[in-house]
Design a binder for this molecule. Structure first.
Ligand code: BGC
Length: 745
């Protein structure tokens, strides 16, 4: 332990220790001013600085300082660009430093289980690998400035419905592989200063008082060194929370909690040692060497440009029949209120008081005309407005419709009830596309929407919620000043009903059953071979790329993979090379393939670069509940080099060798198949099994084939061998003993 921290703890009174474990006010950690530990400020987060004073609320009703609204998580994950995320984090870290904010409350990195979750716009992906990598770089960027982060909401907080009490019920494998893996990457790679635990319960136990989550997994397994703070109001039972590994209750002041802690220590219900440990963890962070804030500036102008630059790297060109990019010589009409007033962020605790927002219409200026077509807040079909838009579309060469979800359709605190755009917008798009084949749709949404008109329009550009620079970015992409290079960080299903969580979202009073298990997003659509509207990882460019010369090598358990990519078009562009691993070992219940690497290559026309990846055993593994650990079965795997999860360009196969076996529990009803799969028991059993061959006349051969006999053996419990082998009880006991002995060796 840091000596200074030890010294402070020795000097602290019990009351001071208890007080340190609760917030000073809405946005401050208490500190111990008497002993030179100043209170520290925390602020939302995640995609901008939402700094309020202590009287402010966390729901966004009161104003926060003017700040820069960067693209939300739904957009930034589509960059598939870790360097860019570091840069964004660094800029936010500088802003925090200039404003004396010690911890930025983010990144928000829960998995997008259903497109309906009201907070999906803040979250990154349906894929834990991508979410973990994007979060890690962001955290490293912020923390490079001597400012902490608080990845949230830990864990399995994938809906807003009953968010403060719902229990997310799932198997251990699902929890580990899908809902914890991203956090695990962030903790191991980026060492966040703090973590924010979620409101919900996990398999019945509140995240805030969950020792398995906060101590066994987070600390003991992953080595987390920071402190855990509660989401605002997430503490259920204060003493249970401290015992489980939650150090800081937010917001404060919580006089009652402080009193409870003091009493619990006095009565022996909480040991002072446990409290000291919580105090130590908070002090270690509060006393971290802070970067010098005196020269820090919050350069709103520079950061506004950075926000626009980042958004241009995130937007996804979903479809393009060649109409885009536009040219200034064309007669173009913009329509839809979002052209003037883009929707660039979602509602709730992440809401930023943006510096300035320019619409794409203003950027285009005299090159385009504008008709409203529909209102951005109301779902009201105004016939005269639609008619005016249809006429304008007929008269123009090209119609660009700026569609999107109104604020009230997606927001923190409640989930969406459907996956559609407002009816007036769908109607307008359909009617304009009917008269104008050169129709482009620009989307301002925080999560997928159904697109009944998609086959009738020429191009779709999805800006997601692109931050305050979205207008500039949209303009640059539409007119080809920049080449789109974002890729979807989530699948866009054809219909909500196709989503794997559909039958079990959002659950009921008791909780929600994650019945789809690990088959979330593309893991489900691919396994079921379902068509999707747009696949995970998909995105078009104004240029084209070819893949060649894939190589995979395995040396001492480390797998290196590389592939060359060439820009075969005539424009500069960026390709996101995606690496998926497919288990071909015959192991049951594994996804078709899983993302385990990505690299963004910037390529001039005709230029070739090599994307290189290093994989470890963990990248081949699933979480085995029997083993209580990750396990990579021996056998064949495929490395797929891909443009998207559904556009695989090159495949290489390799064999993975391992001596590790899953544990086998031996009893009378263990199947013969399981015993034959394990080399040690197979060595005992195989020689004594009768030969499985077809016998008898023609008629019985047809009825009982060798394959049928083999399958019957495989699926039979061990005890049935007594009949097959005509064994006495003693012979069976002897066989059992030999099998037990073999397993022990
Ligand atoms: C949200 C958190 C946020 C906190 C403070 C909560 O309601 O869930 O994401 O950081 O408020 O505003």
């Amino acid at each position: 332990m840091n000596e200074k921290v030890q010294d402070i703890i020795q000097k602290m009174t019990l009351e001071e220790k208890a007080a340190l474990c609760s917030g000073k006010d809405f946005w401050h950690i208490t500190g111990v001013p008497r002993l030179g530990v100043e209170p520290a400020m925390v602020s939302d987060g995640p995609h901008g600085l939402r700094k309020q004073d202590e009287t402010a609320d966390h729901l966004g009703v009161n104003e926060s300082i003017k700040a820069v609204c960067f693209p939300a998580g739904c957009a930034t994950a589509c960059s598939f660009d870790q360097d860019l995320m570091y840069k964004m984090g660094k800029a936010l870290g500088q802003e925090c430093r200039a404003e004396n904010v010690s911890v930025l409350l983010g990144p928000a990195m829960n998995i997008k289980r259903s497109p309906l979750c009201g907070r999906n716009f803040e979250y990154y992906s349906e894929d834990p690998y991508l979410a973990g990598k994007i979060a890690s770089s962001f955290i490293q960027g912020v923390q490079s400035q001597g400012v902490g982060t608080s990845p949230k909401h830990f864990a399995a907080n994938n809906q807003e419905y009953r968010r403060m009490s719902s229990s997310s019920n799932m198997s251990e494998r699902t929890l580990r592989e899908i809902y914890l893996a991203g956090f695990e990457t962030a903790v191991k790679e980026a060492a966040p200063w703090t973590m924010m635990c979620s409101y919900n319960r996990i398999n019945g136990v509140y995240a805030s008082e969950n020792p398995k989550l906060l101590t066994d997994i987070l600390r003991k397994e992953w080595g987390f060194e920071g402190f855990v703070m509660s989401d605002w109001g997430a503490v259920n039972e204060k003493i249970e929370a401290i015992k489980a590994g939650l150090e800081l209750e937010m917001p404060g002041p919580c006089e009652d909690s402080v009193r409870q802690v003091v009493e619990a220590v006095k009565s022996g219900a909480l040991s002072e040692e446990t409290l000291n440990e919580a105090v130590r963890r908070i002090l270690e962070i509060l006393l971290k060497e802070k970067a010098d804030a005196s020269n820090a500036v919050f350069d709103r102008e520079a950061d506004h440009h950075l926000a626009a630059e980042i958004e241009a790297e995130c937007a996804v060109l979903m479809k393009n029949n060649g109409l885009l990019p536009l040219s200034k010589e064309q007669n173009i009409v913009y329509m839809g209120g979002f052209a003037k007033k883009p929707r660039y962020q979602g509602g709730g605790s992440s809401h930023i008081n943006a510096t300035r927002v320019i619409g794409a219409a203003e950027m285009a200026g005299a090159h385009t005309t504008y008709v409203k077509g529909f209102d951005v807040e109301q779902d009201e079909l105004v016939e005269s407005e639609i008619a005016q838009a249809v006429n304008a579309a007929k008269a123009a060469d090209i119609a660009v419709i700026f569609a999107g979800l109104p604020d009230s359709f997606e927001c923190e605190g409640y989930d969406r009830s459907h996956m559609r755009l407002p009816k007036c917008q769908d109607e307008l798009i359909a009617r304009v596309a009917n008269v104008q084949p050169n129709t482009v749709v620009v989307l301002h949404v925080g999560s997928p929407v159904e697109m009944p008109w998609v086959n009738d329009v020429a191009a779709v550009l999805c800006m997601y919620l692109g931050g305050e620079g979205v207008g500039e970015a949209t303009h640059a992409l539409l007119y080809g000043e920049k080449n789109p290079c974002g890729r979807l960080a989530e699948s866009w299903p054809l219909a909500l009903e196709h989503n794997p969580s559909f039958l079990n979202f959002p659950g009921n009073e008791d909780g929600v059953h994650y019945a789809e298990g690990v088959f979330v997003g593309y893991r489900y659509y691919d396994k079921k071979k379902l068509p999707v509207q747009f696949a995970f990882g998909a995105g078009e460019s104004y240029t084209t790329f070819s893949y060649q010369n894939p190589v995979v090598e395995v040396k001492e358990g480390v797998i290196t993979a590389k592939v060359e990519v060439t820009n075969t078009g005539s424009r500069f562009g960026k390709e996101v090379v995606q690496l998926y691993v497919a288990d071909k070992t015959g192991t049951e219940n594994r996804p078709e393939r899983e993302l385990k690497g990505f690299a963004k290559l910037a390529l001039l026309p005709g230029e070739t670069k090599c994307a290189e990846f290093t994989l470890t055993q963990r990248d081949l593994s699933f979480y085995s509940e029997a083993l209580g650990d990750w396990f990579a079965p021996g056998g064949e795997y495929e490395i797929c080099f891909a443009h998207s999860s559904r556009d695989i360009r090159e495949v290489k196969t390799f064999a993975f060798e391992t001596n590790q076996q899953l544990p086998l529990t031996l009893h009378r009803n263990t199947t013969v198949g399981a015993l034959l799969k394990h080399p040690k028991t197979a060595a005992v059993l195989q020689p004594i099994l009768p030969e499985q061959k077809e016998e008898g006349g023609e008629a019985s051969k047809e009825a009982i084939t060798a394959e049928m006999i083999r399958q019957m053996f495989i699926n039979s419990p061990l005890r049935t061998l007594r009949g097959y082998l005509n064994y006495s009880k003693e012979q069976m006991d002897d066989l059992m003993a030999k099998l037990e002995q073999a397993l022990k060796q």
